[in-house]
Ligand binder design. Sequence first.
Ligand SMILES: C[S@@+](CC[C@H](N)C(=O)[O-])C[C@H]1O[C@@H](n2cnc3c(N)ncnc32)[C@H](O)[C@@H]1O
Length: 354
Amino acid sequence: MIKYLGSKRRLVPVLGEICAQLRARRALDLFTGTTRVAQEFKRRGAHVTAVDTAWYAYLFAQCYVALNGDTVPRAAVADALRDLAARPDVDGYVTETFCERSRFFQPHNGRRIDAMRNAIESDYRETWLYPVLLTALIEAADRVDSTTGVQMAYVKQWAERSYRPIELRFPDLLAGAGAARRADASTATRGLGTFDLAYLDPPYNQHRYFTNYHVWETLARWDAPEHYGVACKRIDARDPSTKSVFNNRRTMPDALAQVILDVDAEVVVVSYNNEAWVTREELEAMCVARGSAVRTLAFDSRRYVGAQIGIHDRRGKKVGAVSHLHNVEYVVCAGEAARIEPLLGASTSGRAQA
Ligand SMILES: C[S@@+](CC[C@H](N)C(=O)[O-])C[C@H]1O[C@@H](n2cnc3c(N)ncnc32)[C@H](O)[C@@H]1O
């Protein structure tokens, strides 16, 4: 899985346990990102619907959530990966934009990405292999990138891993069916169906996923966009249609409250942290309408790597220190008391707050 800001790697066991305790048969992951939570729900036996606005997240969801790993012909995936690896280098958009104008990848890897991405588009576009191969490509590119984990900038000296040749791996496909949707959570909830469990993990602040992961968005869409700035961000990042209401301090609280209200689920679980724009108490108040019980689990969590390495100027000189390195992740669970009360024991490493 790719490096991803706000990814819930540490919370996955707890969320999986909640899914299992609820015996959820239908689960929703509304801001799915890497799909790691959706994958865990699927492992726990639920039919999962994974939703996000990002094209790369939609590809991951088609690959890991919608496809049934038990029925896909694995030899076809292996053949296609071998085919891509054998394609001759291409000096294309990625090489020029992300290796020469900016420095997200070393040129030897940029030429491989161009070659493989072109081949996926020309030879696999209309097949079920398309999201599988693109997932393999984006994850492979992530393993050899030269960033601290976000694509607003690249590091001054090539990262150690960027010297390694890019290598496609077989995505770890999961058994069972599911659904993938590329949609805006604010408008999609009503049409998604009925769920036993809905998990909501919206953006926490003004940092936009569209710009933080613009290289993955471009690899997913393969639309060779005009770009701007040192990081060669997509020109449509300036377009209001690419902005999320959840990244705006003024619009986020109402948007989140509305989604919590609209989603058709027996139990709603919302992730949030203590650096976000709404407080824990405000979030709990938003959840009250979901049923007779709202309970919060709290977890101490290490902050993302950008905060841990300090604050640097454009030349890489350290100009400031971060105030603290830890934050608290909240998992707010809401629904009828009979469903929610037993969940308090689901936390293995966290602190339950009633
Ligand atoms: C905190 S991340 C989710 C991380 C995910 N739970 C994981 O573990 O990988 C928030 C996600 O919300 C998505 N997003 C932002 N605005 C959205 C919107 N209006 N509707 C749906 N998804 C949105 C972003 O693309 C991002 O993937």
